[in-house]
Design a protein around this ligand. Structure first.
Ligand SMILES: Nc1nc2c(ncn2[C@@H]2O[C@H](COP(=O)(O)OP(=O)(O)O)[C@@H](O)[C@H]2O)c(=O)[nH]1
Ligand SMILES: [Mg+2]
Length: 255
């Protein structure tokens, strides 16, 4: 595939997505508000065309307080499936219905794994209509859900370009991690050494002082000691701390 898509997800998944896009009235592309550019599915945007596309930058609650928000293409919106409440639900509803006069309208939610597609659908429906999970890759099959007389919604499995590197998928929370957890926790700790804002956020989260930490290992060590994650002999339990750190990474203000 010259487009660079389709290898890690079998080709059928892209074909299926393309067919779904053709069959839908509105396509809601869910992005991570912390990485707008990095979580776009550009090929799907091309299939969609701009008229039917609604861009939703989700997880806006995780952004740094007062962080500048870039303008989204095509009157896209910032939202938090977690904290949006009734106002968020109304904004999403109005934005979808405003794309076209078609009624009932069929909207599909697409995007990277773990950006909050299922959570946004649940926000719309007002109950746990689809499964939400912190683990990437849980939405497997298609189901149309009726929100009301005007709107039917569905989500599709999380997708990402074939060319995307494992490191960046981990950073975006888009892949499940097995034995390499520690390695990526170290990478995250390393980013906290470069970004002062991220470091401050970690310090607050773990009530720990990270100033002057020489490297990622020391960041993790200080957190382990501060939180009492220790091995039998009293040595810091780096594995335990790394697992906690990876969970924190999902909620960090920068990814
Ligand atoms: N903080 C925050 N977390 C969210 C938000 N939306 C979803 N999540 C969390 O992100 C993870 C993935 O959500 P999910 O809806 O399953 O994503 P999907 O894979 O795109 O369907 C879950 O742990 C959700 O609780 C949001 O707006 N803010
Ligand atoms: Mg899902």
């Amino acid at each position: 595939m010259g487009s660079g898509y389709g290898q890690r997800h079998p080709k059928d998944h892209w074909t299926f997505l393309r067919n779904m896009i053709h069959g839908a009235d509105v396509i809601v592309e869910v992005l991570d508000a912390r990485d707008i550019e990095g979580t776009r599915l550009q090929i799907a945007e091309r299939w969609t065309g701009s008229k039917r596309l609604l861009v939703v930058a989700n997880k806006a609650d995780l952004l740094h307080e007062g962080a500048a928000r870039q303008r989204l293409q095509n009157k896209g919106i910032y939202l938090s499936a977690k904290e949006g409440g009734a106002a968020g639900r109304n904004l999403l509803m109005r934005s979808i219905l405003g794309r076209t006069g078609q009624r009932p309208l069929k909207a599909i939610f697409i995007g990277y794994p773990n950006v909050g597609k299922s959570s946004l659908i649940n926000l719309l429906v007002g109950r746990q209509a689809v499964k939400v999970s912190p683990v990437a890759g849980t939405t497997k099959d298609i189901q149309w859900i009726r929100v009301n007389d005007e709107l039917m919604v569905s989500d599709y499995r999380g997708m990402f370009p074939k060319s995307e590197k494992k490191e960046s998928l981990v950073r975006k929370g888009a892949v499940k991690l097995g034995s390499e957890q520690e390695k990526y926790a170290f990478e995250f700790a390393g980013r906290a050494l470069i970004s002062r804002a991220l470091r401050r956020w970690l310090e607050k989260r773990y009530d720990v002082d990270l100033d002057g930490a020489a490297g990622p290992e020391e960041v993790i060590r200080r957190i382990a000691v501060r939180r009492g994650w220790l091995l039998k002999g009293g040595e810091p339990n780096m594995g335990e701390a790394a697992r906690h750190l990876l969970r924190a990474m999902m909620e960090a203000p920068e990814i």
